[in-house]
Design a protein around this ligand. Structure first.
Ligand SMILES: NC(=O)c1ccc[n+]([C@@H]2O[C@H](COP(=O)([O-])OP(=O)(O)OC[C@H]3O[C@@H](n4cnc5c(N)ncnc54)[C@H](OP(=O)(O)O)[C@@H]3O)[C@@H](O)[C@H]2O)c1
Length: 291
């Protein structure tokens, strides 16, 4: 019998390739300084949030070398290394930061090799569990072939520096192209109650056993606001954040949650909130929000 705390987290677990993760994970982007640049104002608080995530039984942490840059990964290492065997850290490559905090695409093979090495160094690992190729630009999706960068990552995977690959900010066509190059275990795109553009992709990926990991599950820098969401939350005596997370867990079994927070109290609220029971009536009401 599995007595680990993760077995009791809302939604249970999911397999990213041969790695089992809790469907309730944690997104570490909010731990860096303002604008995801520089160190956190409260370093001890940031380390405490990461330790709390593991203490709660979370086994999936989402990060990127571009957070800080190189700040969040070093915080993860400082808080949690040596890592519990059950913990899996998913990182992203494909963008660097300019001095103003802009996100600059960096997807040449040499950029990706450097980014993977920096992630290994900063996280203190010999091999990265999952690396997402971050596509698109500041405006979002960018159509076009991902063959050159994804082949470069597939080569790093063959070399054993990366265990599994995923894509982020990807169109369905890019996901399909990536799958012709190497196995894809997850897709990380923007999706939440109010942004439902990937509904069809989610269902297609579920049929293939591939995880869909929505970023901005709570609306990101602009919290989700909707009359229907507030009404359901009030009826259930819950917060809109809890309803939004519980809805995502119910939306499809391949959805993994990575809500971000710099607060241990919010982290606890989010883990508990994801387990909120939603009735068919609640779901029908919520379903209308983003359609
Ligand atoms: N692939 C990509 O291009 C991409 C882009 C963006 C993000 N991501 C990933 O997705 C993860 C999630 O995205 P995100 O953090 O930007 O957005 P999010 O999870 O939608 O929302 C985070 C915001 O909600 C607040 N919040 C969280 N829990 C709360 C609670 N219980 N009560 C009140 N406020 C709460 C946080 O503030 P507090 O800190 O005050 O709690 C923060 O401002 C990131 O950590 C990152 O790993 C990926």
């Amino acid at each position: 019998m599995d007595n680990t705390p993760s077995a009791s987290l809302p939604g249970g677990t999911w397999a990213l390739g041969d790695l089992t993760v809790t469907r309730v994970g944690y997104g570490a982007m909010q731990l860096a300084g303002p604008g995801v640049m520089g160190p956190p104002a409260d370093r001890d608080g940031a380390l405490a949030v990461l330790r709390e995530a593991v203490a709660l039984g979370i086994t999936h942490i989402d990060t990127a070398g571009a957070y800080g840059p190189r700040v969040t990964n070093r915080l993860i290492r400082a808080a949690l290394h040596p890592y519990p065997a059950s913990l899996h850290i998913v990182t992203k490559v494909g963008a660097v930061r300019d001095p103003e905090g802009g996100w600059i695409p960096a997807r040449r093979p040499e950029d990706l090799r450097r980014a993977v090495q920096e992630n290994l160094d900063d996280l203190g690992l010999d091999s990265l569990d999952v690396v997402n190729l971050r596509l698109g630009d500041a405006q979002g999706f960018q159509s076009g072939s991902l063959a050159e960068p994804f082949e470069a990552l597939a080569e790093l995977r063959r070399q054993g520096l990366v265990r599994h690959l995923g894509v982020s900010n990807a169109t369905p066509e890019q996901v399909a192209e990536a799958q012709t190059i190497a196995p894809v275990v997850c897709v990380q795109n923007m999706y939440n109650l109010a942004h439902r553009q990937d509904d069809e992709l989610i269902d297609d990926l579920a049929a293939e056993g591939i995880a869909y990991v929505p970023f901005f599950p709570l609306g990101g820098f602009t919290p989700l606001q909707s009359t229907a969401l507030s009404a359901v939350a009030a009826r259930l005596d819950a917060t809109p954040m809890s309803v939004a997370l519980a809805w995502l867990l119910r939306r499809s079994p391949n959805i993994l949650l990575i809500p971000g927070t710099s607060s241990a109290a919010h982290l606890r609220e989010n883990v508990a909130g994801a387990g909120l029971a939603l009735s068919d009536e609640d779901l029908a009401e919520l379903d209308k929000i983003g359609r």
